[in-house]
Ligand binder design. Structure first.
Ligand code: DON
Length: 319
């Protein structure tokens, strides 16, 4: 019976089963007190640590939610997925492989040592160096054009116009020496494809885009649905772009803990230091949780637990 469910997938699971899985996950983890908000970006320390929302959007456009799905957090590193997807869409998968790289670094997301050790290579688009390089690669004659393109692709994935959390942007932009250093180091290795100061600024703004759990789940569901937003029905990226995006998420979506995560959940995913985490079950659904307290690797504690719980309940592991 379990095997039957697994092959038929969650689309055939009844609504009650999905609702029950979300409710159980919410109740099981809502009082968990582990982890701590990120504070190296000062504004993030002020975000309510009790925000906890779960959303699941199926590839046929059904939306399931539990808990707080209206509170917004900054998207942070989750944005790296969508800028990477836009670069793949514009320049093809080979450009990302050649100009950025697609291997795990084995180091923290903002490691300068990783860049230096690899002479700019073997940095993927989901750690800061590769993400700043990806922002620099986005088509557009100037910084404003590149930024518009990045904001638009995020909005298309979410299915509504997203906006920037100005206090978070200002807070990070005013204290951004490490990312600026990374961008300049890449430039020294000829692996930065636009002005490093402006590319870092675009990247910082991108990380400050505000989202709730439902936005993130819709973005994940668009990837699960081959690049078509299952709610708006808009074709956001091609199936080929999705095909090259998901493996990078599987390799590096949760940084040093990517292997642990994949082993637990089986799903390509991406975390952000704002507390958002989304996971993609190809052909079936996208799921996301927002909960700001993070573990040592920089991933939301409750989000990892809640998503793993729901995936297990739905027997949704596609591998
Ligand atoms: O560049 C930074 O450090 C942040 N804007 C984003 C880092 C991040 O989200 C890493 N995530 N787990």
């Amino acid at each position: 019976k379990t095997q039957g469910k697994k092959t038929e997938g969650v689309m055939s699971a009844d609504k009650g089963m999905i609702e029950a899985a979300l409710t159980e996950a919410y109740n099981k983890f809502k009082d968990l007190q582990e982890g701590k908000n990120a504070d190296y970006i000062k504004e993030l320390a002020n975000v309510d640590p009790n925000i906890f929302g779960i959303a699941l959007v199926t590839t046929d456009g059904q939306v399931y939610t539990q808990g707080d799905i209206t509170s917004m957090v900054s998207i942070q590193s989750v944005s790296k997925v969508f800028t990477m997807a836009k670069v793949i869409e514009e320049q093809g998968p080979q450009a990302v492989r050649d100009k950025i790289g697609v291997d795990a670094t084995g180091m923290r997301f903002n490691s300068i040592v990783a860049v230096e050790l690899q002479k700019g290579k073997e940095i993927n688009p989901l750690v800061n160096p590769g993400a700043i390089a990806a922002s620099s690669l986005i088509n557009g004659s100037d910084s404003a054009a590149k930024w518009k393109s990045i904001l638009d692709i995020h909005s298309d994935f979410a299915g509504r116009p997203l906006t920037v959390n100005e206090p978070v942007y200002i807070s990070e932009a005013g204290d951004n020496l490490r990312n600026q250093a990374i961008a300049h180091l890449l430039k020294a290795y000829n692996r930065m494809y636009f002005d490093p100061v402006q590319a870092t600024d675009i990247y910082t703004k991108q990380c400050a885009i505000n989202v709730n759990a439902k936005d993130l789940a819709t973005m994940a569901a668009t990837l699960a649905n081959g690049g078509v937003n299952p709610i708006t029905k808009k074709k956001v990226v091609s199936p080929e772009t999705v095909m090259y995006t998901l493996p990078v998420m599987a390799t590096a979506g949760l940084y040093d803990d990517s292997g642990q995560w994949l082993y637990t959940s089986g799903l390509p995913a991406k975390s952000g230091v704002g507390g958002g985490l989304l996971a993609v079950c190809p052909g079936k659904f996208g799921i996301a949780v927002v909960s700001p307290p993070l573990d040592a690797a920089g991933n939301s504690v409750k989000a990892q637990k809640a998503i793993a719980y729901v995936v297990e309940k739905l027997k949704a592991d596609p591998y």
